[in-house]
Design a protein around this ligand. Structure first.
Ligand SMILES: Cc1cc2nc3c(=O)[nH]c(=O)nc-3n(C[C@H](O)[C@H](O)[C@H](O)COP(=O)(O)O)c2cc1C
Length: 198
């Protein structure tokens, strides 16, 4: 059994809605135990991270970066960084913002650098944009064209669950792909490598 954490901050519910889709996708993979954790709670107890094999990180994009609450969680992992206790864990990132671009890439990049500093292994969002295959834009998987992590667009002033069908589908596939990757990764290691990562 592999244990995954979907770690998120959401002030107005949009990122939480997408986090729940990611959770559902990851849970559809057998032998995977997936938990939804708030970044604010983990900031107070970062050692909880040690209980997990992989992390799906989610933050709204605020001024082209992660929210301050999400950054507080990241900064709370300083001791884990010094001891490199998260080395070899798998990680991926997702973000929500109201504009089509909105500098979401910058948010994903700060998550990526955070994970690299911890020695984690980054998993992307490996799906071709379905609009190229004739799927209507609103319904297309990866319609925003992000491979380094998952992006979703919340309508300006829209309710927390008012996402285009394509973004909801992408979030589920992103979560599923991450859990499948973790299962493959675990299966591809020798006993000696597993011990080195433990
Ligand atoms: C302080 C602040 C900064 C924001 N900066 C951006 C931004 O840089 N790009 C963007 O597209 N949207 C930006 N937004 C919009 C949010 O990303 C958007 O409302 C998002 O859905 C919020 O997620 P949440 O409901 O999970 O809190 C910003 C919102 C706030 C409050």
């Amino acid at each position: 059994m592999k244990k995954l954490a979907v770690i998120y901050h959401s002030a107005h519910g949009h990122t939480e809605h997408i986090a729940r889709q990611v959770l559902e996708g990851a849970r559809s993979v057998t032998n995977t135990d997936v938990h939804l954790l708030k970044a604010e709670d983990l900031a107070k107890a970062p050692d909880v991270l040690l209980d997990y094999d992989g992390y799906l990180l989610g933050s709204p994009t605020y001024l082209g970066g992660v929210s301050s609450q999400f950054k507080a969680f990241m900064d709370a992992t300083g001791r884990l960084w010094r001891t490199q206790q998260l080395k070899g864990k798998l990680a991926a990132g997702f973000t929500v913002s109201s504009l089509p671009a909105g500098d979401k890439q910058s948010t994903l990049f700060s998550m990526f650098v955070f994970c690299m500093q911890h020695g984690m292994l980054w998993v992307g969002n490996p799906f071709l944009p379905e609009q190229h295959a004739g799927v209507p834009y609103d319904e297309a998987v990866n319609r925003l064209g992000s491979w380094s992590g998952m992006m979703a667009q919340a309508g300006h002033g829209a309710s927390a669950d008012a996402f285009m069908a394509g973004d909801v589908k992408t979030a589920r596939m992103f979560g599923r792909n991450f859990a499948e990757t973790l299962q493959r990764f675990a299966g591809s290691h020798t006993e000696q490598q597993r011990e080195a990562f433990a």
